[in-house]
Design a binder for this molecule. Structure first.
Ligand SMILES: [Cu+2]
Length: 333
């Protein structure tokens, strides 16, 4: 007896394989024409072409880390009144891209964020804080610098608009208080988002390299600014047929500490309220699948990317990342 899950899988594969019989329509419709889903602003559009996207992402954190090593809850409680134990970050992100001309594509991203953090106090009481709503809206311009049959380079100039709240409050054993930095939904500052992307292709193989920064030039209304960040991502993808490709990606990211401090937070209570315990660097390994179904769903793409960090170093104690997931849908026309 076939397990229903396998039956369903076989059905999907059969349907998709049949549809892929519609053959090699346009090279641009190949699944690997887009980078792995977690890469933002990886491609440009043809003049007049519009693309909408939806991404759901989730990042799970559990347990603390200090430097390269794990830090137990009791060791955190030796220095602080409260220790964070888990955090879950979910994001629904709507995106739009538009090809202005051959050189120039514009992009906007609208994020909705949900964060949950679990804690334990020195006295053994558990409590959870939550924050959800609009995050920081991002707009970018992508400008093509070089393009030939197999290599493409473009630069990105983006702006992060402080639409996300930095005044979220929550109920804790200390009463109704301002939530610490990682529970806020925005930076509170207008941030610059420079980037440079290279993509290459050879037959069924595509690859790419992207460097991106988040530069925060000024302090927010709460008299601090989040640390600058940068990220370097490299990937390779293999196209198995004209509707499916799989990818592997390595992302090196570094975040610096917060400058200044929100006067409403007390760093001796919980490490997440300490502006000098936010920095870290991490290497993530992410595996992905891109689908570009044919026939009934021309112009639509589905993709997933998931994976754990393979290395992380945190100015701790700080919650460590366990895994990240992005699932999404893209529709171009
Ligand atoms: Cu696009």
């Amino acid at each position: 007896m076939i397990h229903p899950k396998f039956f369903f899988l076989i059905l999907i594969v059969t349907v998709l394989t049949t549809l892929s019989g519609n053959a090699l329509a346009y090279y641009d419709d190949f699944p690997d024409q887009h980078a792995p889903l977690g890469v933002m602003g990886d491609h440009l559009h043809d003049p007049g072409e519009l693309m909408f996207s939806y991404r759901y992402s989730r990042m799970a954190m559990a347990g603390n880390r200090d430097g390269d090593d794990r830090a137990s809850t009791s060791s955190v409680l030796a220095d602080f009144m409260v220790a964070p134990t888990d955090m879950d970050m979910e994001m629904h992100m709507l995106g739009a891209m538009y090809g202005v001309n051959d050189q120039f594509t514009v992009m906007a991203m609208l994020p909705f964020v949900r964060k949950t953090m679990d804690h334990v106090t020195g006295g053994g009481a558990h409590f959870t804080t939550r924050s959800d709503g609009l995050g920081d809206i991002k707009i970018s311009a992508l400008y093509s610098l070089f393009e030939n049959e197999s290599h493409r380079v473009h630069m990105t100039a983006g702006l992060s608009i402080p639409t996300g709240s930095i005044k979220e409050r929550g109920t804790t054993p200390m009463g109704d208080v301002r939530l610490p930095y990682p529970m806020q939904r925005g930076s509170g500052t207008w941030d610059l988002l420079p980037g440079l992307t290279y993509r290459g292709k050879h037959e069924r193989l595509t690859w790419g390299l992207q460097a991106q920064g988040t530069i925060r030039p000024h302090s927010n209304k709460r008299h601090y600014r989040l640390g600058n960040q940068y990220e370097v991502s490299s990937w390779g993808a293999w196209r198995w047929t004209n509707w499916i490709s799989t990818s592997a990606r390595l992302v090196w990211s570094q975040t610096f500490n917060i400058e200044g401090a929100d006067g409403a937070l007390m760093p001796m209570v919980v490490p997440t309220a300490d502006p000098k315990l936010r920095a870290g660097r991490r290497l993530d390994l992410l595996l992905g699948v891109n689908l570009a179904p044919r026939g009934f769903a021309e112009g639509h793409r589905l993709a997933i990317e998931v994976g754990p960090p393979v290395y992380q170093h945190l100015d701790g104690p700080q919650l460590e990342t366990d895994w990240k997931l992005v699932v999404g849908w893209q529709w171009g026309f």
